[in-house]
Design a protein around this ligand. Structure first.
Ligand code: DC
Length: 227
C-alpha cells in the first residue's frame, strides 16, 4: 500500500477534524490540525496584548513569529494535543475569543507563510492527514486525496453548541451562528489563500450524513487512492 497525503479542507465546524482524526487512527497516519496552529498564534497574540477588537499589532507579531513553537503531542488516551512554546494549550485554544482571533491572524501573509512552511515539513514523508482551509490548494497542492467538506451554517452552529455543552460551556445559538458566518465570510474573502475548493477535491456535504456514513465515504476514497 503506498503512503499518501490526505488534505481535508472546508468551512469551520464542519467536522473536518473528527473525520481526519478518525481516518488517521484507522490507517496509522499522522494527524495535523492546521487550524490549531492558527489558534495557537491567536492565543500568543492575546497573551501578549497584541490583539484588540479592532486591531492586531502585526509589527510585533512579525518580529516574534519565529519564536512561536507549535507542536502536537499524543496524550495517554491517544488524543493529539496542541502545545505552544512547550505548554499544553489544547483547551485554551478552543474558546470563541481565540477562534475569532485565529480567523483574523490567518489573514496575515507572514503568519500563513510561516505556518505553511512548518506544515510542509510535517508532510515530507507523507502518511499524513491534515485538515484546514488551504491544505489542498496551497500546503499540499499535489496531495493524492483531497476532500472539501461542507454543511449548512445552522447545522455547523448547532454542532459547535453541542460540543461546547459537552465541556460545560454555555453559549447562545444566534451568537455561535453569527460567529460561524463571520468566519466563513473572512475565510472566503481574505486576500491570502482564501478558502476555496481545489479543482481536484471531492465535495462531501455532511449536513445530513451520520459520522459513520461520512467515514465510510472517506474510507472508500482512501482505499481507491492507496492501492
Ligand atoms: O479549523 P479552525 O476553526 O480551528 O481554524 C481556526 C481559524 O484558522 C479559522 O478561522 C481559519 C483559519 N485557518 C486557516 O486560515 N487556514 C488553515 N489551514 C486552517 C485554519
Amino acid at each position: 500500500m503506498k503512503k499518501i497525503i490526505v488534505a481535508i479542507d472546508g468551512f469551520s465546524s464542519c467536522g473536518k477534524s473528527t473525520m481526519a482524526k478518525k481516518l488517521s487512527r484507522e490507517v496509522g497516519y499522522i494527524y495535523v490540525d492546521s487550524g490549531a496552529m492558527y489558534r495557537a498564534v491567536s492565543l500568543f497574540c492575546i497573551q501578549n496584548g497584541w490583539i484588540s477588537e479592532t486591531e492586531i499589532n502585526a509589527k510585533e507579531l512579525e518580529k516574534n513569529i519565529e519564536s512561536i513553537r507549535i507542536e502536537f503531542k499524543t496524550n495517554t488516551e491517544g488524543k493529539s494535543e496542541t502545545y505552544l512554546n512547550g505548554k499544553n494549550v489544547e483547551n485554551e485554544i478552543r474558546t470563541l475569543e481565540v477562534a475569532s482571533g485565529a480567523s483574523r491572524v490567518s489573514t496575515l501573509g507572514f503568519v500563513r507563510q510561516e505556518l505553511v512552511r512548518q506544515q510542509q515539513i510535517m508532510g515530507l514523508e507523507k502518511g499524513i492527514v491534515m485538515d484546514g482551509r488551504d491544505i489542498g490548494t496551497v500546503v499540499f497542492p499535489t496531495a493524492e486525496l483531497k476532500v472539501f467538506l461542507t454543511a449548512s451554517p445552522e447545522i455547523r452552529a448547532q454542532r459547535r453548541l453541542d460540543e461546547m455543552a459537552l465541556k460545560g460551556e454555555k453559549a447562545d445559538f444566534e451568537e455561535v451562528l453569527a460567529n460561524v458566518k463571520e468566519r466563513d465570510e473572512r475565510d472566503q474573502n481574505r486576500d491570502e489563500s482564501p478558502l476555496r475548493k481545489a479543482e481536484d477535491a471531492i465535495i462531501i456535504d455532511n449536513s445530513y450524513l451520520s459520522l459513520e456514513e461520512q467515514q465510510q465515504i472517506l474510507r472508500t476514497l482512501f482505499i481507491e487512492k492507496t492501492f
